[in-house]
Write a protein that binds this ligand. Structure first.
Ligand code: 0X9
Ligand code: ZN
Length: 508
């Protein structure tokens, strides 16, 4: 605590806020070369105001790069601080706003439905099912699209509402496949972090692929027949819409959290009040223990208590309602090219089925890389990136005992410094290769279910064969003591299975 206070004083004292200034944002790439520097960076990560220093790449290991976006009015001070403490660093982006204008500034802000939905040729009902990929869309366009799919393809897709956000938006998704109570369920989401647009695009691409290839692609048909698949493309629509309010202003475009009302905390120097909670720190898994902040102005603010936020609370309830059937849960983030599994709070802490988890992750990463050669690493959080608690996949793994629970960090790689503004021409390849990885998980679930069904029908066939009375007096016994099948069940399965209607219980 004392260290935290000192840090805040030495670094941020006597600064004034001019929150409207969007030019002059810099991104620093810092290299902590000693344990002490690493610890100092971690403390800064946990205490810094997003308004001043926003960590794009959290500190993880000694000699591992840390990328920090710093607001214009603090860049000199921050650079002085780094120099004073002997850090190795470089300014990776001199003027972030300039870069955003170059990359995203010419995006049209008023897209009409005709621009967005590609009309199907010879489509009599005028159903617009296809979203033009390689673009970003408002939440209202995405919502309309989901509704249209559900209305026009009710045989395979159903609109679901997971909950309502702080600002009153519906968190919508689609449920694919015919539901029967014995089918296994897979849930895929994206956009829990507002600025991770490539993840939202990837989830949308998955939906687009399913609705438009369902008649031609046997693999998609296999999924629709054998699993129930939910896709929720934007878990944090309030945050996402906020990032779209000014795409070339880093303060808006780089927003990560939800948009919950202001909360305040005294950090040793002043009482700071800020909006938003990092929803991926708000789940009830080792809440607030590590890699999360109690300061509302931090970008990793965990909120006042576990599931304090309507978004995470509703989502946890939704996932819990699938308990027992939920076989895989995948959450899409960006960036670093990582396939992460549980647990994240401490090194070498695994669920009992870690071998299977790892096997499927390794296969998925391999399959993903086969498409364009993109290299992913897999492992638990602290093994390959950093430790943190309160995340959705860890909560799901521990509480719901989900077999495959994965966080995927999409392109670009860790070493890139502008991962949140992925080049547009990378969007579709990113989504395609991710789908290739995800199909490994989907295949596991679908095939396991299929083979369990085959096994079950084979067992029934054998039972049918074996279904006979071993003794001649079964009918007579049943007549004279009507409860005998129930009372002496195990004997009767052996001797009078047919007469007692107990064939389904024959051990094979
Ligand atoms: O920190 C997060 O919530 C995620 N990373 S992101 O850059 N998209 O914000 C997930 C990190 C997963 N890593 C660990 N399990 N430590
Ligand atoms: Zn994220």
């Amino acid at each position: 605590m004392i260290l935290r206070v000192i840090l805040v004083i030495t670094f941020w004292s006597a600064t004034c806020h001019s929150a409207d200034n969007a030019s002059g944002f810099k991104v620093f790439r810092v290299l902590p070369t000693t344990n002490q520097q690493l610890l100092q960076m971690i403390r800064l990560f946990e205490t810094a105001d997003t308004d001043r220093a926003d960590f794009w790449h959290a500190p993880s290991v000694v000699n591992g790069t840390v990328d920090i976006m710093v607001a214009p009015e603090h860049t000199d001070q921050f650079q002085g601080y780094l120099e004073k403490h002997g850090y190795t660093f470089q300014v990776a982006i001199e003027d972030l706003q300039k870069l955003l204008i170059e990359k995203e500034g010419n995006l049209s802000t008023h897209i009409t439905d005709d621009d967005v939905f590609l009309k199907r040729l010879h489509d009599d009902v005028g159903f617009h099912s296809r979203l033009r990929m390689g673009e970003y869309y408002s939440y209202s366009v995405i919502s309309t699209w989901l509704q249209r799919i559900a209305e026009n393809m009710s045989d395979i897709a159903q609109l679901i509402k997971v909950g309502t956000t702080v600002e009153g938006r519906d968190i919508l998704g689609l449920k694919f496949g015919k539901d029967t109570p014995d089918k296994k369920v897979v849930v895929i989401d994206a956009g829990i972090h507002a600025r991770e647009w490539a993840a939202i695009h990837t989830a949308s691409y998955f939906i687009n692929l399913i609705v438009n290839s369902r008649e031609t692609d046997p693999q998609i048909q296999n999924y629709l027949d054998n699993i129930v698949l939910y896709i929720i493309p934007v878990l944090n629509p309030d945050g996402y819409e906020y990032t779209r309010t000014d795409k070339t202003n880093p303060r808006a475009r780089m927003w990560r959290k939800s948009r919950s009302p202001k909360a305040c905390a005294f950090d040793g120097v002043r009482n700071s009040c800020c909006m938003g909670v990092d929803l991926n720190r708000n789940f009830d898994f080792r809440f607030s223990e590590i890699g999360a902040s109690r300061y509302p102005c931090s970008e990793i603010y965990h909120g006042p208590s576990a599931f304090s936020e309507p978004e995470s609370k509703a989502y946890a309830q939704f996932l819990t309602s699938l308990k027992g059937r939920l076989e895989a849960y995948i959450t899409l983030h960006s960036y670093s090219q990582l396939w992460i599994y549980s647990y994240s709070h401490r090194k070498f802490t695994y669920a009992p089925d870690i071998e299977e988890t790892r096997r499927v992750a390794a296969k998925a990463v391999q399959e993903l890389g086969r498409m364009y050669g993109t290299k992913y690493r897999h492992g638990t959080g602290p093994e390959i990136i950093y430790a943190f608690s309160g995340g959705s996949t860890d909560w799901a793994k521990e509480t719901l005992k989900i077999k495959y629970s994965y966080t995927i960090e999409l392109r670009p790689g860790y070493e890139e410094w502008n991962g949140f503004v992925l080049d547009k021409n990378q969007l579709v390849p990113t989504a395609k290769e991710t789908w290739a990885g995800v199909t490994v998980v989907l295949d596991e679930v679908a095939n396991q279910w299929k083979s369990s069904r085959i096994r079950e029908s084979e067992l029934n066939r054998i039972r049918e064969e074996k279904c006979a009375d071993r003794l001649a007096g079964c009918a007579y016994w049943l007549q004279s003591s009507p409860n005998i099948c129930r009372v002496s069940q195990s004997t009767m399965i052996r001797d009078c299975a047919k007469t007692c209607n107990l064939c389904h219980m024959i051990a094979v």
